[in-house]
Design a protein around this ligand. Structure first.
Ligand SMILES: [Zn+2]
Length: 273
């Protein structure tokens, strides 16, 4: 059966088909969960209590937490491993998320957009769902790193990399990596593609990223096989993204791979969100 045929079947059958497709998957999976703002006053900010419920539900079900860098460097990856990731570098990631994680002994990965953190670019103005949110500052980024959190790179200005020539894509990655390394004082080896869904990056994007990073996260909706998919030497992770309206049960089902069929019907990128 072709992928397109499967996509059309799932699209026409709706949610029951998606859940059914996921239920048959018993192989171990690694879930990388993507968050943005938690506790901010933007439309898509997750409330601190909803976030806490997600984490409590995952912990109650025995999930083990790791950063994306840790998991890539590990020889043994156990089933039900969860990597929490936070994109863009919003200030609430430090003021709200950081204490919640420290209290639970969880390490996570924070992908910083260097121009946003440096207050040269207001990426929140471009995104209706996160408008008005402030970035963390470099001191706060250092505090995250000092506490064992992983800091990753999310470009300088959050462009759609697929629309840029190769030299500009490389500048977005290399300049952001260097600025974060200079400011935070650690090596940066993880990358999250801005937007990250189909159409926002190309094979050329991944070729360039593989020269600078060991691991790269997309936003294609899926958990990941324990035998990691690689582009050249770089590990490539799909991610799942909880919505503010979703329950803790839905998050744990997503973490178990029961919603992975969404990957095949996810819409490609078609313009600014
Ligand atoms: Zn982003």
């Amino acid at each position: 059966m072709s992928k397109e045929c499967l996509r059309q079947m799932i699209a026409s059958a709706g949610w029951p088909m998606i859940l059914l497709a996921g239920r048959g998957m018993n192989e171990p999976r690694v879930a990388v969960i993507m968050y943005h703002s938690v506790g901010g006053n933007a439309k898509m900010s997750l409330s601190p209590s909803a976030f806490s419920h997600h984490i409590d539900a995952l912990q109650d079900m025995g999930a083990k937490f790791a950063t994306v860098g840790e998991i890539c460097g590990s020889r043994e990856v156990s089933d039900w491993t969860i990597c929490l990731t936070f994109d863009d570098g919003f200030e609430d990631n430090h003021s709200v998320v950081f204490p919640l994680l420290v209290n639970r002994g969880i390490r996570a990965t924070f992908f910083l957009c260097s121009g946003f953190v440096d207050r040269r670019i207001d990426i929140s103005a471009r995104f209706r769902n996160y408008r008005g949110l402030s970035p963390m500052n470099w001191q706060q980024a250092r505090e995250l790193a000092d506490a064992g959190m992983e800091i990753g790179c999310h470009t300088v200005s959050h462009p759609v990399l697929a629309t840029l020539p190769a030299i500009m894509q490389e500048q977005e990655m290399a300049n952001a990596k260097k600025e974060i390394e200079d400011q935070v004082g650690i090596e940066i080896s993880s990358f999250a593609i801005p937007f990250g869904n189909r159409g926002t990056y190309t094979a050329e994007t991944l070729d360039i990223a593989a020269r600078y990073f060991r691991v790269c996260c997309t936003t294609r909706f899926s958990t990941n096989a324990i035998r990691f998919y690689r582009h050249r030497e770089m590990v490539l992770f799909d991610r799942i993204e909880p919505r503010p309206s979703q329950s803790a049960r839905q998050i744990t089902d997503q973490g178990r791979g029961r919603w992975d069929a969404l990957r095949w019907i996810q819409r490609p990128y078609r313009g600014t969100k």
